[in-house]
Design a protein around this ligand. Structure first.
Ligand SMILES: [Zn+2]
Length: 388
């Protein structure tokens, strides 16, 4: 149930209002932010709503919420400039997808971030989803139905507005709480390092044009001889999704694609008997699918790209031995600290350490994702492992 005491958010849907909002936000130091996209509804997803919250007064007594409608405003440049400045701390929950879409759609590159989900993970909290946190910390229940709502439709419905407001309204008090907890747990610096690494992440391979069938786990599980048919079907699905401007999974699921590639039905009757293929699909796409399967059978087997091939390092026993030892060390360290293993260090980082085998702290710190805090905290133990 939404908080009855909440003041309604201000809807910003024209240039003048955006200008006023930007002026107002300039005086703040900390701004909460979230975005909503239509990724469940279109082939080329776009940001449809930007939620912002800020303390009204310096004493943190009242929070004001704003919903910016980028579909209605010609240029949100004044706001994008503000959000990219390092003098403002931007508070988000699970920022990584938001950072990607803000950069993609508006060129916003957040400089200073506080990610409340990352903070929760660094604090070793069990529940790190926003809905669970809002419930636990503020007694607020979020409307689950809104998780699949179409944010691209207009006018926005009252329940969409109420839901969108919830996503940022509580982030500022949550940030205060977690800041205090991080400080008293001696994890403040660790969190700051993790936040700055997150804003420096390069987001690749998440655009429709970057997609390939090799990213599906189903592709890696299929025997090689089926891959020609899979490729034909996959390309067909991509084209069809683009044509209808919907996400590919709404044309057909990955499992269904893989079943078709494996069973290679030749008639509509066989098609209808293929697992994961419903009657509507046979009716709508039957002839096209049978044609794609025949087309795929005539194709040469596709060559997997470098990224999908088993990596060469697997052949190097020394590297693998170091990698295994580092992973064991990480599991133990994560247990001792009461955090998830990835909070200590990502697999990719451990592998890089195993490959490069740094001999001192300076070399270790040249590896991406090992900042000063991680080097100081974990460096000695890691160097000892790779030197063995
Ligand atoms: Zn949201």
């Amino acid at each position: 149930m939404p908080d009855a005491k909440l003041q309604a958010p201000t809807l910003i849907d024209n240039q003048a209002a955006l200008g006023e909002l930007t002026e107002k936000l300039k005086e703040k130091r900390v701004i909460a932010l979230d975005t909503e996209s239509d990724s469940l509804f279109s082939y080329y997803p776009k940001v449809c709503l930007i939620q912002l919250s800020a303390f009204e007064n310096g004493d943190g007594s009242a929070i004001r919420d704003y919903l910016v409608d980028p579909l209605a405003i010609e240029s949100i440049t004044p706001l994008t400039d503000l959000l990219s400045q390092p003098s403002y701390e931007i508070v988000m929950h699970a920022a990584d997808n938001d950072l990607l879409v803000l950069q993609r759609d508006f060129g916003i590159a957040v400089e200073r971030l506080f990610d409340t989900q990352l903070a929760a993970r660094i604090l070793g909290k069990d529940k790190v989803g926003l809905a669970a946190i809002l419930d636990e910390e503020f007694g607020v229940t979020s409307n689950k139905r809104m998780q699949r709502t179409d944010w691209g439709s207009r006018p926005l419905q009252p329940e969409q507005i109420a839901y969108a407001q919830m996503d940022t309204h509580y982030l500022l008090p949550l940030r205060e709480k977690y800041s205090a907890e991080l400080q008293s747990a001696g994890r403040w610096q660790e969190a700051q390092e993790a936040f700055s690494q997150l804003v420096d992440t390069e987001f690749e391979g998440r655009e429709p044009s970057d997609r390939t069938m090799w990213q599906m786990k189903e592709t890696r599980m299929l025997p090689e001889e089926y891959l020609g048919v899979l490729e034909a079907l996959w390309q067909w699905r991509e084209n069809e999704a683009q044509r209808r401007d919907i996400p590919p999974f709404k044309v057909m699921g990955n499992k269904a694609l893989a079943e078709l590639a494996e069973n290679q039905p030749a008639t509509k009757r066989e098609l209808a008997n293929t697992p994961h293929i419903g009657r509507a699909t046979v009716h709508r796409y039957g002839s096209q699918l049978l044609e794609m399967i025949r087309d795929g059978q005539r194709r040469p087997l596709p060559e997997p790209p470098e990224s999908a091939r088993p990596p060469d390092y697997r052949l190097d026993r020394k590297i693998m031995a170091r990698y295994d030892a580092l992973r064991k060390w990480r599991t133990k360290t994560a247990e001792q600290r009461g955090v998830a293993p990835e909070i200590v260090m990502a697999n990719a980082t451990l592998l890089e350490v195993a490959k490069r085998s740094p001999q001192n702290l300076k070399e270790l710190q040249k590896i991406r994702d090992i900042g000063p805090w991680k080097a100081e905290t974990y460096g000695a133990a890691m160097l000892e492992i790779v030197k063995k």
